[in-house]
Design a binder for this molecule. Structure first.
Ligand code: AMP
Length: 124
């Protein structure tokens, strides 16, 4: 079954400039902005600029250029926030996906959480 992308999701509106965001980093293929409801001192969402619902969708259908630009943006954001593990204290990266992943916004995003400990993995 094909992936279905909803053009009215809130991150699509952010990409179209219809609603504001607190941008941390941007390149040709990715936009990173602060989460409106931060769960840690640093809580940034990184989204691809293309219309992808989830990481599995992106990994199967994005071009190599999109994948490279998106993945490189993750390292850039970690450097900008000083949370990369070579010179900071690290971070947690989460990509909620679909119904069982409890994904609220159906446009691929990774959460980058840092600035304090994220605790042990996930609650079951
Ligand atoms: P998820 O449950 O993984 O889909 O996470 C969606 C995230 O988007 C939540 O952490 C929300 O706080 C965040 N969010 C929703 N609307 C906005 C917005 N306008 N700007 C920034 N973050 C948002």
């Amino acid at each position: 079954m094909a992936y279905k992308y909803d053009n009215q999701n809130i991150f699509a509106k952010i990409l179209r400039g219809e609603i504001p965001n607190d941008t941390v980093f941007e390149n040709e293929h990715a936009l990173a902005f602060r989460d409106i409801n931060p769960q840690r001192p640093h809580h940034v969402l990184i989204i691809p600029k293309g219309k992808y619902v989830s990481f599995d969708h992106f990994s199967k259908e994005a071009s190599n250029e999109e994948i490279i630009g998106y993945i490189q943006s993750i390292g850039k954001v970690c450097d900008l926030l000083d949370i990369s593990i070579d010179r900071g204290d690290g971070f947690r990266m989460i990509a909620n996906s679909g119904q069982h992943g409890i994904q609220d916004v159906p446009h691929l995003h990774v959460h980058i959480l840092g600035g304090s400990s994220c605790g042990k993995m996930i609650q079951l």
